[in-house]
Design a protein around this ligand. Structure first.
Ligand code: MSP
Length: 611
């Protein structure tokens, strides 16, 4: 009979049963008994090497190679149990906007995304679809890639946890943690949520014992697993948060993390005996590595170039530690508690910041594959275009908080902001320039702005927008940029250049200057909004007479007033953003089924090309 020692642990109604001597190495068992469940390390290395490894977190290596001119950011690696929905697209859209902003600042950005492909949940999804896990993962990973392309996501690395190089990095990492004496073996019993791939604390569950996120019953499981000695990192984790209050953002999530740590860190199991679809535990092929202990490493393995020696050291020297992990609030514990402790154990640096955003909800419930209340991003993109989708979610949902979707609100917002405030202003101004100045700027924007207050407003707004982008306050950044458009509209209405042109002489000259001032404000808006709505901003730039290449090479320095030269020819005004109509229920159904048909047709064509 196994001796049983119970202790409560998040996550998990979690008990450790000390297995009979025969199932443990005698050394492990000895340590187990003498350490009150800080059961013995399984490392074959000497204790001196374990001691050495334990302090690796303080060495130079842990500081990593990232410098102030690089910016490494990650999205979560998405589960491939089903194709992406709007909730999964949300993080990636936000990450792309941040990556684009950092590139504008001149940073060397490495934007990492990818897919989390191992574990029970994925194996079951494959089986349900009558596919092999590999086949299933290939199909779903591709659907992520094609959505990212539709949404104009410009990632630098796409890592799949089934990539060979990833497996090698996971094994290297496991060996380091083992070497630090932080892995031991013990029995495990708890309530498991397959959708979270996590043992749950009974206290967290709903009345009928369901996972509070997925509302599905958790099952009682008992397994002989390998454990990570998280509890050893209690004081280091406390120190990390005390010394780096910026480590978890927004600040209200830091409180949450602090309270988890305060309640005492408990070891967690990092292998599964019952799951075949995973990376085998080194030296024990009967177990696979727990999907989280595998997937988190994707942030490091992604740094490897194809064909490069796939070891962890090479990966680390290409950009670790990350500057920012962007995640949803449901996976905060993994990123802000488990992951840094795992990294410390392996002697690697911890990421600089973990930002936990809120959920996109439908009727107040988290939108998700498991609840089946998702919003199809491909439909939205087909109907409204990538700029609208990107803009709406970044502008409407305060980054960090939850946000509910409504189609009516979506259409009203993009019409008001993108079609009216920006599009109409550009169209009217270019129309007046065509009519009165043959679509040629009679003054440079510097000359035109002399003594004009709008310039100040623009400069202040753009500076504040930068500040908001830097602080990941994406909605406020959009708001500030839109303020420029509002100020431009107010200005044109007050100055009424259309009637001033009729008066001729100096009044007409002032009217021409007014047009240049407004166009310069729009140009600056195009630079400042380009992280969020890149295509729209490219169209604005080309309408203003710049080439596509000139737009591609803009930097944040181009938000400075004075880049429109006298004599520049602008294009004939053409709406840069078409308004959408709010449709009746029937019209909506028709539009959706049309979009679905066309996306199916497109994916069939892609399939043919792929084959
Ligand atoms: N595979 C893990 C992450 C491993 S990272 C090393 C995972 N995958 S997931 O596909 O379930 O979720 C990925 C991300 O999508 C999470 O950050 C999650 O919060 C986010 N979202 C899923 N549904 C969401 C909403 N309805 N709203 C906003 N984000 C949501 O967890």
């Amino acid at each position: 009979m196994a001796a049983r020692a119970l202790f409560s642990a998040p996550p998990g109604l979690y008990s450790i049963s000390i297995p009979p001597l025969s199932s443990l190495t005698s050394r492990a068992h000895r340590v187990l008994l003498s350490h009150h469940l800080h059961v013995g390390p399984l490392s074959s290395s000497s204790s001196s090497s374990r001691r050495r490894c334990h302090y690796r977190a303080c060495t130079d290596e842990s500081k990593g190679p990232t410098s102030s001119d690089s910016f490494v950011l990650t999205t979560p690696l998405y589960y491939v149990n089903a194709p992406p929905h709007m909730g999964s697209a949300y993080t990636t859209i936000a990450a792309d906007a941040i990556a684009r902003f950092q590139r504008l600042l001149g940073k060397k950005v490495i934007f990492i995304t990818g897919t989390d492909e191992h574990g029970e949940k994925i194996a079951s999804a494959a089986e349900a679809n009558n596919r092999s896990p590999r086949e299933h993962c290939d199909i779903i990973a591709q659907s992520y890639r094609s959505l990212w392309s539709d949404l104009q996501i410009e990632y630098d690395k796409f890592i799949r946890t089934t990539d060979q190089k990833h497996e090698k990095v996971v094994k290297d990492f496991y060996a380091r943690v083992l070497d630090s004496g932080d892995i031991y073996r013990a029995d495990y019993e708890g309530l498991y949520c397959v959708n979270c791939e996590e043992y749950k604390d009974e206290k967290e569950l709903t009345e009928n014992k369901c996972c509070p996120v997925h509302l599905k019953p958790c099952s009682l499981r008992k397994e002989d697993n390998y454990f990570f000695a998280l509890s050893k990192y209690q004081s280091k984790m406390e120190e990390l948060l005390t010394n780096n209050p910026e480590f978890v953002k927004p600040s209200f999530r830091l409180n949450e993390v602090q309270s988890w740590i305060k309640s005492g860190l408990r070891d967690f199991s990092i292998s599964r005996a019952s799951v075949e679809w995973g990376i085998p535990v080194p030296n024990d092929t009967k177990q696979t590595i727990y999907v989280w202990f595998d997937a988190l490493l994707g942030y490091i393995s992604a740094l490897l170039e194809n064909g490069e020696n796939p070891d962890i050291q090479t990966a680390v020297s290409s950009g670790w530690p990350a500057s920012l992990h962007l995640i949803g609030k449901d996976i905060l514990r993994f990123h802000a508690v488990y992951w840094p402790a795992m990294l410390m154990s392996a002697g690697l640096g911890v990421p600089k910041m973990v930002f936990g955003h809120g959920f996109l909800t439908k009727d107040g419930m988290k939108m998700g594959k498991s609840l089946g209340n998702t919003l199809e991003p491909t439909d939205l993109v087909n109907r409204f275009g990538a700029d609208s989708v990107r803009y709406f979610f970044l502008r409407e949902v305060e980054f960090g908080n939850d946000g509910d979707y409504s189609e009516e609100r979506f259409i009203n917002i993009v019409n008001a902001h993108l079609a009216n405030t920006i599009g109409n202003l550009l169209n009217r101004t270019l129309g007046l320039l065509k009519k009165n100045c043959e679509s040629t700027l009679p003054f440079s924007s510097t000359e035109a702005a002399e003594g004009i207050g709008l310039k100040n407003t623009v400069e202040k707004s753009v500076e504040m927008a930068r500040h908001h982008y830097e602080n990941l306050a994406l909605s406020s950044a959009c708001e500030l940029v839109l303020d420029i458009g509002n100020a431009g509209n107010l200005y044109i209405d007050e100055r009424a250049p259309w009637s001033c042109f009729k008066k001729g002489g100096e009044t007409a000259e002032m009217a021409a200057k007014d047009l240049v001032v407004i166009l310069e404000a729009l140009r600056i808006m195009a630079v400042a909004l380009s992280p969020v709505a890149p295509s729209l901003c490219a169209r604005i730039y080309t309408q203003l007479g710049f080439t596509e290449d000139q737009f591609k090479s803009i930097t944040w320095a181009d938000t400075k007033w004075g880049m429109l030269p006298a004599g520049q020819k602008t294009m004939d005004p053409k709406p840069v953003f078409a308004r959408f109509e709010i449709k009746s229920e029937e019209e909506l159904q028709e539009a959706v089924s049309k979009a679905v048909k066309s996306s199916k047709k497109a994916s069939r064509t892609q399939g043919m090309v792929g084959a």
